[in-house]
Write a protein that binds this ligand. Sequence first.
Ligand code: FAD
Length: 456
Amino acid sequence: MTTTYSNPELPVVTGPLFLPDTRGYDEEIAGFQTAYTHRPAVVVGALHAEDVRSAVEYAARQGLPVAVQATGHGLSVAADGGVLISTRRMREITVDPVARTARVGAGVQAEALIEAAVAHGLAPLNGSSPSVGVIGYHLGGGLGILARTFGYAADHVRAIELVTADGRLRRFTLGEELFGAVLGTGGNFGVVTALELELFPITTVYGGRLIFDTGLVEPALEGWRQWTWDLPEEMTSAITMMTMPDIPVIPEPLRGRYIATVNIAYTGSDRAGERLVGPLRSIGPRLIDDLRVMPYSDTHTIYSDPPFPHAYTATNALLPELTADAAEAFLDVTGPDGPVTVVAGLRHLGGALRRPGPANVAVDHRDAEYLARFITGPETGGTVVGDHHDLIAKALSAWTIGQSPTFLYGAGERADESQTRAGYGPATFARLAALKSDLDPANLFRYNRNIRPART
Ligand SMILES: Cc1cc2nc3c(=O)[nH]c(=O)nc-3n(C[C@H](O)[C@H](O)[C@H](O)COP(=O)(O)OP(=O)(O)OC[C@H]3O[C@@H](n4cnc5c(N)ncnc54)[C@H](O)[C@@H]3O)c2cc1C
């Protein structure tokens, strides 16, 4: 049963409303990120697009900023007051197996889309974690597990259903300016109620993890670095160096150890995959080596991201090349002797990611060949983690051409404009800021890596 709320001071919606002193508020605002939560004045538990439209219209009328949350994985700037549109109930998925497309509601998580697609022998361009929201992922560009083969997921969106700051719900397709501006800007231009996405005829992947123990971390990084120089686009990989927590949920051979994990996803034949990874195996013995042909539905095991909510902050650097000096500098500032525990990752870009996207899609820095990521708990060891992020960023600064806006987590107070600008080339940023002036002059959609209106 649904209730229509018609209090004139509240949005008129069919889904539930939560106020700070009402039951269910804390559960509704809770998300994957536990270090920060939105603290809105009103939460709209949207059931469908009309609820979203009505919530935006209400917010605009009241002059209240709007935040959106599907899962909380990508929470950057926490809402303090305003209206939070919680999209978690909007879970509709429709697959058209002939057109190879899916229409996905605002609350759909990657695992549900994968399940719907594999039923038709198809696969979406999802990222590493099955619990990430499909819409937030695409609005950040979408760097998928098969990214070097297919490019950014944002480049494969067919249509966007969007509520803009004027309270209108419209459908945008390729070629329209707003279509491109929405993809890569994480909610700056409105609330997406659904996306139409391409699916791909992939049923299996050759991949998994090669995990090297402490003594092989340095050779593993050097071996992976050189290995990435000459790979086909069908091979997408990453390496992560970290000290595993010394807790019972971590399997015995890894618990408490400083390790390097190479993640592999290859879309060619298994025999070619085996041949390609030969140089990685020759680095030395592995604590875990589970490379295999797997059904697409098992590909979440390639990264085995933590499935439980936790606290994290992170930033990143996009690099056009990974020199030996850059790799050494990265390891020096992120290794186990550093002041805080860091998950230090590198993803291999290039391949199809280098190709220009459809007109105006706001994913820049396509000449980057590597993405360096540094993730920390927010308050580890009493160190100011933001300063440690700055230290790592400084160590890589000689090689850095920009930042990926989608891999900036938490630390909202540090989300200043320079950080947002680093996500785009100057011409793109100027175009987006001008568009923001036209479409959202009051900056209603500001709880994100905010592109402020150029003219205020
Ligand atoms: C464990 C983990 C693994 C990840 N792996 C990858 C990866 O492999 N590749 C990759 O590219 N990214 C990855 N990400 C980043 C992820 O794609 C972004 O954090 C994304 O924003 C998460 O979206 P969400 O809806 O799950 O999170 P939320 O916190 O619910 O949303 C994040 C932001 O997206 C915007 N947003 C969400 N839904 C809407 C909507 N309907 N309309 C308008 N704006 C909206 C809002 O600004 C919101 O604040 C990962 C993140 C985590 C935590």
